[in-house]
Design a protein around this ligand. Structure first.
Ligand SMILES: Cc1cc2nc3c(=O)[nH]c(=O)nc-3n(C[C@H](O)[C@H](O)[C@H](O)COP(=O)(O)O)c2cc1C
Ligand SMILES: CC(C)CC(=O)C(=O)O
Length: 375
C-alpha cells in the first residue's frame, strides 16, 4: 500500500548484504535520514473551491516529455535485485511514461535498456531515457560512452559531480561488500579494445569545470548536473552551459551531514533564477513529498531506493506498482490542494520551518534570524 512497504517486503527476499548496500549511506547516515525528515517537517496549505476535476501530471523537463513528474534517478546494479535487472525497470518506467535515468553502473547495456523501453512505451510513444555519466579522466572512453548513449536514443545526459572520491559506505565495509557477485558486471565498463576487460569506474578528484566545457563541446544533448548543492556552483553550472540541475545529495551516500535536498531547493531555485529546470531527489516517499517539491519549484522529482526495493520485491510488476502507487498519491494530493497540475503548485502551498543558510552577522547589523525561506 505504501512505498515504504516495498522495502519491508524486499528485505525478506534480498541478501542482507545487498539490502545494506541499497539502504546505506555515507558515514553516520545523517543525511540519509535528513532527506526524509525534511519532507515530514514541511506542511501543505491547500486551496479550496478551485474546480480541480480534470488533473494531469504531465511535465516536460529539458526537452523530454513525461506523463509523471516522478522520474527514476540513476541507481547501479539492478541485477542485484532481479535477474532481468534494468530491462525490467525500463519496461515498467516506459509503461508509466516516466523518465528513467540509466546509471553508468548499470548491469545491462544502454542499447538493450532502450530496446526494452521502446517495446513497453504506452501509446507507441517512446519513453524518455536519460544517461548518467561519471566523467572519466580517459576522455576518449568518456566520449565513446556519450556516443553510445546518444545512438541508443537517450535524450539527455546527467553528469554526476558529487563524487570526486567515493563516499565512505561503512555498512559495505563492515559487510565486505566491495565487488559485484560473480556473473554480474558494469555493462558500460567492458572495454572492447582490451579483450573485454572490465574497467573500474573512476571517481576522480581531477575532474573540473574544464571537463564540463569539453563535454559541452562534444554533444548537443541537454546536460544536467547531478549533485550541485552550493548556490554559487548552481550559478557556475548555468554559466558553463548546463541545461538543468538534478539537486541531489546522492541519497546521503557521498558527503555525510550535507543538508536535505528539499531544504536547499528554494536557494538553488533562486540561484538559477528560472534559467534552467531543477529536478530534486532524496527522500521522496509520498505523493505529498512530490507535491511539496514541485510547489517549491522543482520541475520533477527523482526516486532511487524505492525503485530498487520494488524491483527486488516484484521485478517489472513491482516497479509498475510502485509508479502507479505514487501516481495515485500525487493525484490525490493535487485534488486536495485544489490543483489541476504542476502549474497550479506554488510556494504559498508549503509552510516550512525556518531553515536555510545561517545568518551572516555583519558588523553592526541586526543579527536577528530571517524567517522561513518560503514566503
Ligand atoms: C543503490 C544505489 C545506487 C546508486 N547508484 C547511483 C549511480 O550509479 N549514479 C548516481 O549518480 N547516483 C546513484 N545513486 C544515487 C541516486 O541517483 C539518488 O541520488 C538517490 O538514491 C536519491 O535518494 P533516495 O534513494 O532517497 O530516493 C544510487 C543510490 C542508491 C541507493
Ligand atoms: C557503484 C557506484 C558507482 C554507484 C553509486 O553511485 C552509489 O552506490 O551510490
Amino acid at each position: 500500500m505504501t512505498v515504504q512497504d516495498f522495502e519491508t517486503a524486499a528485505r525478506t527476499r534480498l541478501d542482507p548484504v545487498h539490502a545494506d548496500f541499497i539502504a546505506g549511506g555515507a558515514g553516520d547516515e545523517i543525511t540519509v535520514r535528513a532527506n526524509e525528515e525534511a519532507f515530514r517537517r514541511l506542511r501543505l496549505l491547500p486551496r479550496v473551491l478551485r474546480g480541480s476535476a480534470v488533473r494531469t501530471q504531465e511535465v516536460t523537463v529539458a526537452g523530454s516529455r513525461a506523463r509523471t513528474p516522478v522520474l527514476l534517478s540513476p541507481t547501479a546494479f539492478h541485477k542485484l535485485c532481479d535477474e532481468e535487472g534494468e530491462l525490467a525497470t525500463a519496461r515498467a518506467a516506459a509503461a508509466a511514461g516516466a523518465i528513467m535515468i540509466v546509471s553508468m553502473a548499470s548491469t545491462v547495456a544502454v542499447e538493450d535498456i532502450a530496446e526494452a523501453a521502446r517495446g513497453a512505451g504506452a501509446d507507441g510513444a517512446p519513453a524518455p531515457l536519460w544517461f548518467q555519466l561519471y566523467l572519466q579522466p580517459d576522455l576518449e572512453f568518456t566520449e565513446a560512452l556519450v556516443r553510445r548513449a546518444t545512438d541508443a536514443g537517450c535524450t539527455a545526459l546527467v553528469v554526476t559531480v558529487d563524487s570526486p572520491v567515493r563516499g565512505a559506505h561503512e555498512r559495505d565495509l563492515r559487510n565486505g561488500f566491495l565487488d559485484l557477485p560473480d556473473g554480474l558486471r558494469c555493462a558500460h565498463m567492458v572495454d572492447p579494445h582490451e579483450g573485454g576487460r572490465v574497467r573500474s569506474i573512476a571517481m576522480s578528484p581531477e575532474i573540473s569545470w574544464a571537463h564540463l566545457d569539453w563535454l559541452r563541446g562534444i554533444t548537443s544533448l541537454p546536460i544536467l548536473l547531478k549533485g550541485v548543492l552550493h548556490p554559487e556552483d548552481a550559478r557556475l553550472a548555468v554559466r558553463h552551459g548546463a541545461d538543468g540541475l538534478l539537486l541531489s545529495n546522492h541519497g546521503g551516500r557521498q558527503l555525510d551531514t550535507v543538508p536535505a535536498t528539499v531544504e536547499l531547493l528554494p536557494e538553488i531555485r533562486a540561484a538559477v533564477a528560472g534559467r534552467v529546470p531543477v529536478v530534486l531527489d532524496g527522500g521522496v516517499r509520498r505523493g505529498t513529498d512530490v507535491v511539496k517539491a514541485l510547489a517549491l519549484g522543482a520541475s520533477a522529482v527523482g526516486i532511487g531506493r524505492p525503485v530498487m526495493w520494488a524491483l527486488a520485491e516484484g521485478g517489472e510488476k513491482g516497479v509498475r506498482r510502485l509508479l502507479e502507487l505514487l501516481r495515485e498519491e500525487v493525484d490525490q494530493a493535487l485534488a486536495l490542494c485544489g490543483a489541476c497540475g504542476v502549474q497550479d503548485l506554488t510556494p504559498d502551498l508549503v509552510r516550512a520551518p525556518a531553515w536555510g543558510p545561517p545568518p551572516l552577522p555583519l558588523p553592526g547589523a541586526d543579527t536577528a534570524r530571517p524567517g522561513g525561506v518560503v514566503s
